[in-house]
Design a protein around this ligand. Structure first.
Ligand SMILES: *Cc1c(COP(=O)(O)O)cnc(C)c1O
Length: 444
């Protein structure tokens, strides 16, 4: 790390970042989508394959989770315009937000109550399909609902699924795996909230707790899983399957925008703001959106001021070879879903030519966004899930953003812009914990 000091001196944004202050960072590595298109390890075809797999599993999902019946076993969330929240934000932060503001409510996704219902569940289903096909559990053209039959379910009991998590990934992997019949071990970092561990144990999941951070919990899980031939480890740092599960969101969102009569093109830019932890969820979703809208979609990530691992990894080009601790940050945040000190190098490299930029946010602001959304729209999100609001709030009016608009020829299109804040979790938070979160702001 000998050149780290030099990097900090060269880059005022990194210097502010290392001081734990809120920053706006525009990605100098972004290039036109047409040029970036052929450099990726994954393709549109891979996303289609993932989408089709989710359709094959829909009958089984419906069987186990009746709440998904209305959507035919497809796990998807609403897209909601939040004009009330837009007004509150404009008033509170004193800047106009040009265009319309929407919320993508992954906070209410079935089964896991968070964005992890996309990647996490997809990866377990993919593994299940591989096992089922290689062991002759499914006849050609047989409905996947058959995998819920007693003796087939028993088959999965010989196999173990393991994962390291700060909470929500463990919830998603744990619940789906337990319901399908697997043995499950979830390795939880110290950031994980108690209610998430309790809920998993109620499903019979073996929850192991570590007094260390997320990286260490992952390491433990990976090691333990490697010792067992019948164990499968969901690797949040490197998994292309998780990434593809998230990427399916692109086409789903496209259908929702079309349904609302919303056009996305040169004159009608789409801005998407995504909370980022290790990077898989926001990276996968952005990747899916880029495949559809190319240069007309502008993706921004948001991270806590003490855990901006993706920004640090991308801005230095060091990816997972640098951690937030290396620049004097703690990695600690109330936003448990984002409490990650070292990013996924796989995601950082894919996003290198695609990402528009990043913002960082103080914990207290997350609680403020949470409360303002609850008051103005009657929608509850957990603090991690509110980070996306920092995008439009923090970017509006800055020199960096004005410059970005100019470079992309967007100065005169912003009245027609659509902004989507990606809400990543919250519907499963127990009532008492919600009240605690709301009380945390009182007196501030
Ligand atoms: C996991 C998570 C994220 C970010 O996902 P990563 O894949 O870790 O980047 C954002 N919000 C919530 C609520 C999460 O649980």
């Amino acid at each position: 790390m000998e050149n780290l000091e030099y990097l900090m001196e060269q880059n005022p944004c990194l210097k502010r970042l290392s001081e734990g202050k809120e920053v706006v960072w525009m990605n100098p590595g972004k290039i036109p989508f047409e040029e970036a298109k052929n450099t990726f390890p994954l393709t549109e075809e891979d996303i289609r394959d993932a989408e089709e797999r989710l359709v094959r599993f829909a009958p089984l999902i419906m069987k186990y989770f009746p709440e998904t019946r209305e959507q035919g076993g497809i796990i998807e969330s609403p897209l909601t315009e939040i004009s009330g929240m837009k007004e509150v934000l404009e008033g509170r932060y004193g800047k106009p937000l040009r265009g319309r503001l929407f919320l993508k409510e992954d906070s209410s996704l079935a089964i896991a109550g968070s964005v992890k219902a996309r990647g996490g569940i997809y990866e377990v289903l993919k593994h299940t399909e591989e096992l089922a096909l290689s062991h002759g559990l499914l006849q050609p053209a047989e409905s996947y609902a058959a995998l819920g039959d007693q003796e087939k379910r028993k088959f999965f009991g010989d196999y173990t699924i393991q994962v390291g998590s700060t909470g929500n990934l463990g919830l998603s992997i744990g619940i789906i795996s337990a319901v399908l019949g697997y043995r499950v071990i979830v390795h939880m970092s110290m950031d994980a909230k108690q209610w998430k561990k309790d809920l998993l144990r109620s499903y019979g999941v073996d929850v192991r707790e570590y007094m260390s951070d997320y990286g260490e919990a992952v390491k433990q899980g990976r090691q333990l899983s490697e010792q067992d031939q019948k164990s499968y480890f969901v690797d949040d740092e490197n998994s292309q399957n998780l990434f593809l599960g998230y990427a399916v969101a692109g086409k789903r969102l496209q259908a929702q925008l079309q349904e609302k009569g919303i056009t996305v093109d040169r004159e009608h830019p789409l801005f998407v703001y995504l909370p980022c932890g290790i990077g898989g969820a926001p990276g996968g979703i952005s990747f899916g959106l880029k495949q559809i809208y190319g240069d007309h979609v502008h993706c921004f990530f948001a991270e806590p001021v003490q855990a901006p691992c993706m920004l640090l990894g991308m801005a230095t080009g060091l990816h997972n070879e640098i951690s937030v601790e290396d620049v004097g940050l703690t990695g600690k945040t109330q936003a448990d879903g984002l409490a990650v000190g070292r990013p996924s190098a796989f995601v950082g490299k894919v996003m290198g030519p695609l990402l528009s930029g990043e913002v960082t946010v103080e914990d207290e602001k997350l609680y403020r966004y949470m409360k303002d959304l609850l008051d103005s729209q009657d929608i509850f999100l957990e603090p991690s899930a509110c980070a996306g609001f920092q995008g439009p709030v923090s970017l509006a009016g800055t020199q960096e953003f004005e410059q970005y608009l100019k470079e992309n020829g967007l100065e005169n299109c912003m009245e027609q812009a659509v902004h989507i804040v990606w809400a990543t979790g919250g519907s499963m938070v127990p009532k008492e914990v919600r009240e605690e979160y709301c009380a945390a702001l009182d007196g501030k």
